[in-house]
Design a protein around this ligand. Structure first.
Ligand SMILES: Cc1cc2nc3c(=O)[nH]c(=O)nc-3n(C[C@H](O)[C@H](O)[C@H](O)COP(=O)(O)OP(=O)(O)OC[C@H]3O[C@@H](n4cnc5c(N)ncnc54)[C@H](O)[C@@H]3O)c2cc1C
Ligand code: SF4
Length: 455
């Protein structure tokens, strides 16, 4: 990509410092002190607040008695991606948000970090806690290797199913590998977790696009059930003039290289504008700053109080020195003589309440146009479902927003197909995809009524 002006390269040490873990590994002393603070509540609200219902008091108790293997077993039985969830879960609004310590005006227990501490113990030592069930003769194909499919495959493998994952990417892991901010989770750590899944006998066919490299008809012939865990697709378009200029990219196109290529190889504009104010937009602006961009603008057509990003993500971007433009809407992107992004023109907006609407309407303020000098624009206004190719399968219904319709067992309108994760829920968190993937595995097992073999 040719940019008008690029940010100066940093030293390798500086990149590593900028992308250092924001929530580092605990020492054994820190973990012991933190575990000792837990009140081990009966009917613990943290467990209810976790979509995978990990028995939090139980795993913390085991840390306090130095039984790290037992602690990891409690975590991973409920959530096989307990390692990445310990790093990436929005704990502030899930388990830690429900911690009773809030009522005592004390700091909540650091559940996410304790979880990671316990699971690191088994991952570091390649301890395999689970084994595949005795083969039951049934085969299940899984489309996508993201959190939903990984969780589903593990549950099925434990029940004796032969499971095969097909994913179009080079590396497995879905957005854990290619999307989540590098200062939360590096691709190499996701791949360690994937190895735990592979060790249960789950087969991976990477660089295999279902719909073109492998047909649905072939999958239907070879497998007893098919799980769809394809996540979401491309970032939505701004639909403004200049969007096709060199230097305008989608959020995923911007973030992916930060996960799988050395930082020093990445080229970034000296001045970057990001459109949108969700968690993905925050990941874009914080990554842009950490890669060395001198000026990073976040442009959002509503107000600060309306931004969809979590509060602590927003605080992170503020600390990084991002400049926020509230009530501003881009109207066109301007180019220099060589056709490269040079500026973005925005107009001021105001929100007006409409009694019949849940959200305020946005009105443009005439004559309020202003321009920002920039070299790069990143669209972060939400990923769109990429499920249109599923229309080729008879019986599977899509909602108006193209997410897949499923019943309580995560079964689609075509009984052989099940689906879960972002392609069903429209885009939530890793822990939701895991919970749904596990529930879908139970749905598949109930539908296939496979006999249980003896181990
Ligand atoms: C930028 C970004 C940051 C995020 N940060 C966080 C965070 O900090 N914490 C958090 O909990 N969640 C975060 N999320 C959300 C989280 O990553 C997702 O909710 C989760 O990954 C969904 O899992 P999934 O398995 O449904 O889909 P995905 O992880 O998207 O995996 C889908 C997989 O399907 C594959 N696929 C698609 N179509 C085909 C096909 N036709 N054939 C074969 N393979 C196919 C894709 O290659 C991909 O590997 C973030 C999301 C984004 C975009
Ligand atoms: S999986 Fe996530 S939400 Fe659940 S207990 Fe662990 S850190 Fe909290």
């Amino acid at each position: 990509m040719t940019l008008r002006e690029t940010a100066p390269k940093l030293s390798p040490e500086q990149y590593e410092k900028n992308f250092a873990e924001i929530s580092p590994r605990m020492t054994s002393r820190q973990a012991a002190v933190e575990a000792a603070r837990c009140l081990f509540c009966f009917d613990a609200p943290c467990t209810f607040a976790c979509p995978t219902h990990i028995d939090v008091p139980s795993f913390i108790k085991k840390i306090s008695t130095d039984n790290l293997r037992g602690s990891a077993r409690v975590i991973l039985e409920a959530n096989i991606l307990g390692h990445s969830c310990g790093r990436v879960c929005p704990t502030e609004v899930l388990c830690e948000g429900a911690c009773v310590m809030h009522e005592k005006a004390e700091k909540p227990i650091e559940i996410g970090r304790l979880q990671r501490y316990a699971v690191d113990h088994v991952l570091d030592r390649s301890i395999q806690l689970f084994h595949a069930g005795a083969p039951n003769g049934k085969r299940v194909a899984l489309i996508g290797s993201g959190p939903a499919s990984l969780a589903c495959a593990v549950e099925l493998a434990k029940l004796g199913y032969r499971t095969t994952i097909f994913d179009r990417n080079e590396l497995p892991g879905g957005l854990d590998t290619y999307g989540i901010a590098a200062y939360k989770l590096r691709a190499k750590d996701t791949l360690r977790e994937v190895e735990m899944v592979r060790a249960l006998g789950v087969e991976f066919h990477q660089k295999t696009n279902v719909g073109s490299d492998v047909s649905f008809a072939q999958l239907e012939k070879d497998f007893d059930a098919i799980f769809i865990g394809v996540g979401l697709g491309e970032t939505g378009a701004l639909q403004i003039p200049g969007e096709d200029l060199r230097g305008v990219v989608g959020a995923m196109q911007f973030i992916e290289p930060t996960k799988v290529r050395p930082f020093a190889q990445l080229t970034i504009g000296r001045r970057v504008a990001c459109i949108g104010a969700g968690n993905t937009a925050i990941d874009v602006v914080t990554a842009a700053k950490r890669l060395g961009a001198e000026m990073v603008h976040l442009i959002y057509r509503r107000g600060e109080q309306d931004m969809p990003a979590f509060r602590y993500e927003y605080d992170l971007a503020k600390l990084d020195g991002v400049r926020f433009h509230w009530h501003a809407q881009p109207v066109r992107i301007l180019a220099d003589a060589a056709g490269r992004v040079a500026a973005i023109e925005c107009v001021r907006t105001r929100t007006e309440s409409v009694p019949t609407n849940e959200r305020n309407e946005i009105a443009i303020i005439p004559g309020s146009e202003f321009q920002l000098e920039i070299d790069m624009v990143v669209r972060a206004i939400g990923q769109e479902p990429a499920t249109k190719f599923i229309r080729a399968v008879q019986g599977i219904a899509l909602k108006k927003n193209d997410t897949i319709v499923v019943n309580a067992r995560f079964q689609t309108g075509n009984a052989k197909y099940f689906a879960a994760g972002d392609c069903v829920n429209g885009g939530k968190e890793v822990v939701d995809a895991v919970a749904e993937g596990m529930a879908a595995a139970r749905g598949i097992d109930a539908w296939l009524e496979a006999p249980r073999g003896k181990n």
